[in-house]
Ligand binder design. Structure first.
Ligand code: AMP
Length: 400
């Protein structure tokens, strides 16, 4: 069976999934794995569709010193141990800049374009691009597709896309891009399938995972996001600060003598739930803890989501549905209930039993706003895009 490999490369890990291409549109998840500790204590782990472990193997740092080596190790294991023949590779790429509003087939020229966006996402873009470069060099015949976290938001109006700073900065790329687009696109597609009347209305989707943001959808298209130029804005996250007065940054630099690198490290790694609680970035730990700081961190998280529910509802001119997704949104009935309480004034009312049971539809019959919890699947979204692009290319080449 032909397969599609989906790669999501981070700073010290390479996550991968393999999808079998079955029939006209069917994609079947076959393997989910990752190599962690790249360069320090590399370890390859993977499991099959039934969650059965397929491999758990440690490597020395010399064997897997960097992401190109990790790509090679994962590829060799998939080929030799699993016998997979790859038809294409789909990559998660954080930044498509102002130009890429949809996934793109990769070649040298596109890769060079994407390298121009490294200054816009210095922590993520170089890692995302490293396996692409490796595969272009080693497997030039293998079709590769880049899927962007920004693409789904590219239809935002100019008003929503701007910061109130001189236009020359906008021209050079300082814009409100928005992120988590693959997740929102997937959820928007699910809504179309499961509740078309809701999908055609005014919807807020809250992607609440270790990264967190909210997106306003009008007729299934993104019109506003809590994230902007980088993945730091909007909601407080596991370790990221969320919205902050730029004056705080000036204070840190001018009064505390912090360098840009130190400020970056603080804002990305030491803030959010971790910074506020001083305990953990994981909502499960905070829910279990009876420490007042844990309670406070969660109160703040829920409060900010409530504030943004109002903001995004304003961007839509009203609200028909609110959808929870990602690790916290899909799994924590308690956090969902506390958030719904915050925007109850908009006409939202929870069905507490359905919420506790983890059902898809969690609003009460009396609620004026439909409430849903929908599991996201960014990797499946990437596999679909990749399959569509390689099929379109094939049809193009055969002249049909
Ligand atoms: P994600 O980035 O979507 O994988 O989400 C990861 C985050 O989801 C973790 O850091 C946890 O904070 C959160 N999470 C996962 N499961 C639960 C749960 N059962 N209850 C609360 N939070 C959860």
């Amino acid at each position: 069976m032909d397969t599609i490999l989906v790669l999501n490369a981070g700073s010290s890990s390479l996550k991968f999934q393999v999808f079998g291409i079955a029939g006209t549109n069917g994609l079947q998840r076959m393997v989910k794995g990752q190599i962690d500790g790249v360069g320090t204590s590399p370890r390859l782990r993977a499991m099959g569709p039934d969650k059965r472990p397929l491999v758990d193997r440690a490597y020395s740092p010399d064997e897997v010193p960097d992401l190109p080596a990790a790509t090679h190790v994962a590829g060799a294991w998939l080929r030799e141990a699993q016998g997979f023949e790859l038809a294409a590779v789909g990559h998660r790429v954080v930044h498509g800049g102002p130009d890429y509003a949809r996934p793109v087939r990769l070649d040298d020229l596109v890769l060079r374009h994407l390298e121009r966006y490294i200054p816009l996402a210095p922590l993520h873009q170089p890692n995302n691009l490293a396996p692409i470069r490796t595969l272009i060099e080693r497997r030039p015949d293998l079709p590769q597709v880049a899927c962007f976290d920004t693409a789904f938001h590219r239809g935002h109006s100019a008003v929503a896309d701007h910061y109130a700073i001189p236009e020359r900065f906008y021209a050079e790329g300082v814009r409100r891009y928005g992120f988590h687009g693959l997740s929102y696109e997937y959820v928007s597609g699910c809504l179309r399938d499961i509740a078309p009347n809701i999908a055609s209305g005014r919807v807020i989707v809250a992607h609440l995972g270790s990264g967190a943001s909210m997106c306003a959808l009008s007729e299934g298209r993104s019109v506003e996001s809590t994230l902007g130029f980088t993945a730091l804005d909007g909601l407080p996250m596991g370790t990221r600060c969320g919205q902050i007065d730029p004056g705080v940054i000036l204070y840190l630099i001018a009064e505390k003598g912090m360098t840009a690198a130190q400020v970056q490290d603080l804002l990305y790694r030491e803030c959010g739930l971790k910074g506020l609680s001083g305990i953990s970035n994981d909502v499960r730990d905070l829910l279990k803890s009876d420490d007042a700081r844990a309670t406070f961190a969660l109160d703040h998280f829920v409060y900010r989501i409530g504030l943004y529910a109002g903001t995004l509802a304003a961007s839509l001119g009203g609200l028909d549905a609110f959808v929870f997704t990602a690790g916290i949104g899909e799994n924590s009935a308690e956090i969902r209930a506390r958030i719904v309480e915050k925007f109850g004034w908009l006409g939202a009312e929870l069905d507490h039993a359905a919420n506790a049971a983890g059902e898809l539809m969690i609003s009460s019959g009396a609620s004026r706003i439909a409430l849903l919890a929908v599991p996201t699947d960014e990797e499946l979204m990437i596999a679909r895009h990749t399959l569509n692009l390689i099929r379109a290319d094939k049809m193009g080449r055969s002249g049909r």
